[in-house]
Write a protein that binds this ligand. Structure first.
Ligand SMILES: Nc1ncnc2c1ncn2[C@@H]1O[C@H](COP(=O)(O)OP(=O)(O)O)[C@@H](O)[C@H]1O
Ligand SMILES: [Mg+2]
Length: 299
């Protein structure tokens, strides 16, 4: 990729279990293995799911090779990153003691600046840096957003995920204003979508509202797939499994959109306008009109 700066993408949603980690590891795999890009994954969730899914196991000394070690001892990410099980993917692993970051840095600007500085030292070694985050507004999420060029919002096609990503958009807006004016929204990505009326209704809702609020969203989504459970079982990205055609096709479309978007001039990227979204989320919007497809009520 041209230039000496990598594209840094934070994957975030204030709601948990919406496909953030799944998106990070599958997109990392396709960027590295299929598109031959150099990818660094920073696992900033103390659960360490992204590290596990990329094959980072006990052979590494996570005492000294981890994000927390780097932050605590001001070590370059180069000193703590490890090679994943996949060619072209490196990982700054997470450990449970990453929880200490909130206590150590609180809301301080020091933590945000440190994260930015450590990332700057390694970013030119990679085409992409993907940051997996915890579903919580904390110093690590703020630091990731402050150091990123982009943020991507994975979301399930359900009203409960809606508040999570509206909160995230608001937080990202503040970080952009205060610390990082180049930060832009890459898009809302709907994951685990089924061909059922409730999801189709939600998709229509999102498309209408995101357009109104200038929030970019990926027109193609990730279908629900059993390969995800198989991937979790074997601790690997689902797209690396033989036979995972649908999920690979879906994520490949997203990867192509990402490559197109990052090549664009940033000034053509939409700036979200949350005010027009108002307070009415999909619960109110749908009211009693949601049809579960099982019953057709005619009055
Ligand atoms: N497209 C999909 N189809 C089926 N299950 C999925 C899909 N995407 C994610 N999942 C499952 O949803 C759960 C939550 O996903 P995960 O990526 O861990 O979410 P988060 O990182 O946001 O907490 C996991 O069990 C994962 O396997
Ligand atoms: Mg996760």
């Amino acid at each position: 990729m041209a230039g000496d700066r990598s594209q840094i993408i934070t994957f975030a949603n204030i709601k948990g279990g919406v496909g953030k980690t799944t998106a990070v590891v599958n997109i990392a795999y396709l960027l590295a293995v299929e598109m031959k890009k150099r990818v660094l994954v920073i696992d900033s969730d103390d659960q360490g799911n992204a590290s596990k899914a990329l094959g980072i196991r006990d052979q590494h000394d996570l005492e000294t090779e981890s994000l927390w070690y780097a932050l605590k001892h001001k070590k370059s990410y180069r000193d703590v990153m490890v090679e994943s099980a996949y060619e072209g993917i490196w990982v700054v692993p997470s450990t449970k003691d990453l929880k200490g970051a909130q206590l150590a840095f609180g809301q301080s600007v020091r933590g945000i600046r440190l994260f930015q500085k450590l990332l700057k030292q390694v970013e030119k070694d990679f085409d992409f840096v993907l940051i997996d985050t915890k579903p919580q507004i904390n110093i690590l999420l703020q630091s990731a957003l402050a150091a990123s060029t982009w943020y991507l919002i994975p979301s399930f096609p359900e009203p409960d995920s809606y508040d999570g990503f509206i909160d995230l958009l608001a937080e990202a807006g503040e970080i952009q204003e205060e610390f990082n004016e180049r930060l832009a929204c890459l898009g809302v990505l709907l994951t685990s979508v089924k061909k059922i009326p409730a999801h189709e209704t939600y998709l229509a809702f999102i498309s209408k509202h995101m357009k109104k609020a200038n929030v970019p969203y990926f027109k193609s989504h990730i279908r629900s797939s059993n390969s995800m459970a198989t991937g979790s079982l074997h601790s690997c990205p689902a797209v690396s499994l033989p036979g995972s055609y649908n999920i690979k096709e879906d994520y490949m479309k997203i990867v192509r959109v990402i490559l197109r978007q990052v090549a664009k001039n940033k000034s053509s990227i939409m700036i979200p306008n949350l005010e027009v979204l108002g307070i009415s989320g999909p619960h109110e919007e749908f009211g009693l009109e949601v049809n579960d497809g099982n019953e057709q009520v005619e009055l």
